[in-house]
Design a protein around this ligand. Structure first.
Ligand SMILES: O=C(O)[C@H]1O[C@H](OP(=O)(O)OP(=O)(O)OC[C@H]2O[C@@H](n3ccc(=O)[nH]c3=O)[C@H](O)[C@@H]2O)[C@H](O)[C@@H](O)[C@@H]1O
Length: 438
């Protein structure tokens, strides 16, 4: 008998005393009996596997590319005629001159708002999202339900799944891709660097590989970030300023995205527009962002950490309201020129752009908290802390004249009015007893 005490510490080196029971010569009838039993059980096991495969539904069951960065590896189901029908219906534009847009990260904050705005004005929209657990997936499911009501179907899958992306382009000849799927968050990059490489680099390259090879190639608009300005001190930030000093891995992956975009534009003629978003906030926002968890913590009476730079220096952000960002995204899609490649080959020069989408009026984080206090009618428990060395920069401020000229981009919502709408949404969303605030 193998006792727990006698088990060797090296796995795989367990002495199989029981196995000698099957293989000793003197075993006789007992040996034959055991062999027969083993055979019967083996057949039963094989039969079970066979039944499992025969009973599998017609749609292909694809396991997403293993993501080492996630605790929960996910299986996604896609395919089959009913699924294709939903994909086609969602992507159908109301009129023949409407766009047909694949929105990646459609269950995300910006993705939901952009998808809904496109659908409302008559464009065809299909979403894709992997519903990962970076933050509460139930919020993503609620956004999905919202989009379903407007007629937008979100395919569950990962942008790293090449077969899925190819299938989507086979079913629908998308004219545009609005690429918003990403691992967001500046500070989380120190905890989980792999997830940034997986989504923001590998996932983006996979998407571009598929886009370059399909006919017709779509035009691509995608989310870069204000964080690419990193340690740049020249303000306001202009697209011409240096972006070679990222302060976080998140920023570095977004900057890498801009360089990767250059390559695919140069070699394959893909039309590519990068949008540098400046701290986007609003209803249905991201719970990992300061304005969101400050609201939660102020209401709970919990202390909040407010960062300040050296010598009591102000930390400020050019907070940009979601509706303004949506207008910028639509402006970028509407002015995107066609890609020029076909058959995977470039046939001529293609459009390559990068725009700042900010609000042009930075607000100190302490002022953000004061606005929240007034709106929530609760005093915050402020804990002023030195800005940690975790990727945060002290200050952001967008120069938006290029986006104004080319996209007609003109932000109209100040932080006070935008937060008012956010707080109204927050109280309404979380007052419904079913949604727990962690
Ligand atoms: O502009 C962008 O491109 C980026 O904007 C945000 O990043 P960030 O500006 O750091 O937004 P928050 O995490 O909401 O932080 C806002 C401000 O609050 C400060 N903060 C954050 C957390 C905290 O506990 N205390 C605190 O004072 C930060 O230093 C920052 O100045 C998003 O999280 C990024 O995904 C996005 O790419």
């Amino acid at each position: 008998m193998l006792h727990i005490d006698s088990a060797p510490s090296t796995p795989g080196k367990v002495k199989m005393e029981k196995s000698s029971y099957f293989f000793t010569r003197g075993g006789g009838a007992r040996w034959h009996y055991s062999l027969a039993k083993l055979t019967v059980w083996s057949f039963a096991f094989l039969a079970l596997i066979l039944i499992f495969f025969l009973r599998s539904p017609a749609p292909s069951t694809i396991t997403s590319a293993a993501d080492p960065s996630r605790r929960s590896l996910r299986n996604y189901n896609w395919g089959g005629s009913a699924w294709e029908k939903r994909v086609r219906a969602s992507a159908r534009a109301r009129s023949s001159n409407g766009l047909t847009v694949l929105v990646t990260g459609a269950a995300g904050f910006v993705g939901t708002h952009v998808s809904s705005a496109l659908k409302r004005r008559g464009d065809g929209v299909l979403g894709i999202d992997n519903f990962n657990d970076y933050y509460d997936p139930s919020l993503k499911r609620a956004r999905q339900a919202l989009l379903e009501r407007t007629g937008v179907f979100i395919v569950e899958g990962d942008i790293n799944d090449e077969a899925l992306l190819r299938k989507l382009f086979e079913v629908v000849p998308f004219t545009h891709v609005m690429h918003l799927a990403a691992q967001a968050g500046v500070r989380y990059a120190m905890e989980n660097p792999g997830s940034y490489v997986h989504s923001n680099i590998a996932g983006f390259v996979n998407l571009l590989e598929v886009c370059k090879s399909v006919n017709p190639q779509p035009a691509i608009v995608w989310a870069s970030s204000s964080s690419v300005y990193g340690l740049n001190t020249k303000v306001p930030f202009s697209e011409k300023d240096r972006t070679d000093q990222p302060a976080s891995l998140y920023a570095a992956t977004k900057k890498a995205g801009e360089e990767i975009a250059h390559t695919y534009n140069h070699i394959y003629g893909l039309s590519l527009t990068g949008l540098r978003f400046f701290t986007v906030y609003g209803p249905w926002g991201r719970p990992d962002m300061a304005y969101f968890f400050f609201t939660k913590d102020i209401l709970k009476g919990k202390q909040i950490a407010i960062f300040e730079a050296a010598n009591h220096g102000t930390v400020a952000r050019d907070f940009t309201y979601i509706d303004d960002i949506v207008k910028g995204c639509l402006g970028a899609l509407d002015t995107a020129e066609k890609s020029t490649g076909s058959g995977g080959k470039k046939r001529g020069p293609a459009q390559l752009r990068v725009f700042n989408l900010g609000n042009t009026s930075p607000v100190p984080v302490s002022e953000l908290v004061s606005i929240l206090e007034r709106l929530l009618k609760v005093k915050a428990k402020r804990n002023i802390m030195k800005l940690p060395r975790n990727g945060d920069v002290q200050y952001t401020h967008a120069n938006i004249s290029y986006a104004q000229r080319e996209l007609g981009y003109k932000p109209t919502t100040d932080l006070q009015s935008g937060l008012k709408k956010f707080v109204r949404w927050y109280l309404n969303y979380y007052s419904d007893g079913k949604k727990a605030v962690e």
